[in-house]
Ligand binder design. Structure first.
Ligand code: 5GP
Length: 240
């Protein structure tokens, strides 16, 4: 399997084709953006941390029976994944009040939720990823009813696995974004990455933010936060 051409460059990752048409390489960059890319910066070694954190989490999810696009880690910054047609939907799962939920309802960050909240957003940078509901998804054809039912079901399963996993690491999984795609043979897989870029992660004891909010809000110790998550996740997975 040889690395070939750059197919797409996003804000945090580059996708390369390979000699196997069913596989692509995800390269994790150190670039960080926030607020619709109005804020730009670099988080040193973020790409290395995120590649490893995602690897451990995808391996855990696969072991628990969740289909993902993950094949294997190639090196510090590269991961081999299945080539998918991505649904134009972001699934956000919330276990605590934070971020845009706190803002939308005028609530203080940190409040616990009776049950998790699942939201959908339309993946469209030019429109700033507007929030959508299941009718928008059905009527605009973003996903078929049975695919959406499957995505919802598997998102709840992922949440049960990941809240437990992070809890054991002394971390609260506050909220996060998931993306899904379909293989040419038709099966639906979890795609993208699971990292402090797309998750809010708070230390259980101190409630210190260990995620991209440190970059968004200039809280300092940004690299330290990513490294802390990396250390706890990799220790749990027994990786030196
Ligand atoms: P919020 O809606 O509160 O801004 O975001 C909820 C959660 O989803 C946060 O953990 C946030 O990091 C994640 N999220 C939402 N949209 C995106 C996105 O476009 N990119 C990334 N990396 N994460 C997102």
């Amino acid at each position: 399997m040889e690395k070939e051409n750059k197919l797409y460059e996003g804000k945090a990752k580059i996708i390369y084709s390979t000699s196997d048409p069913s596989l692509v390489i995800q390269y994790f960059k150190d670039d960080a953006t926030a607020f619709d890319a109005r804020k730009k910066g670099t988080i040193i070694d973020k790409g290395v941390y995120n590649n490893k954190i995602s690897t451990v989490i995808f391996e855990l999810l696969e072991k628990e029976g969740i289909p993902t696009h993950f094949i294997r880690q190639i090196d510090d910054r590269e991961m081999l994944v299945k080539k998918l047609t991505i649904f134009p939907i972001e699934v956000v799962i919330r276990n605590r009040i934070a971020g845009s939920l706190a803002k939308r309802f005028g609530m203080e960050e940190g409040g616990e939720l009776q049950t998790s909240i699942l939201e959908f957003y339309y993946k469209n940078d030019a429109l700033h990823d507007p929030m959508i509901n299941e009718d928008h998804i059905r009527v605009f054809g973003f996903a078929k009813d049975d695919d959406l039912a499957y995505i919802k079901d598997i998102s709840h399963k992922i949440n049960r696995i990941l809240t437990g996993f992070f809890d054991e690491l002394g971390i609260i999984l506050v909220d996060y974004k998931l993306e899904f795609g379909r293989t040419p043979s038709g099966s639906i897989c979890l795609a993208d990455e699971i990292t402090p870029d797309g998750c809010r992660l708070w230390d259980k004891k101190t409630l210190k933010k260990l995620d991209k909010d440190r970059f968004r809000w200039d809280l300092g110790e940004v690299e330290d936060a990513y490294q802390e998550v990396f250390k706890r996740v990799c220790k749990e997975a027994d990786i030196q």
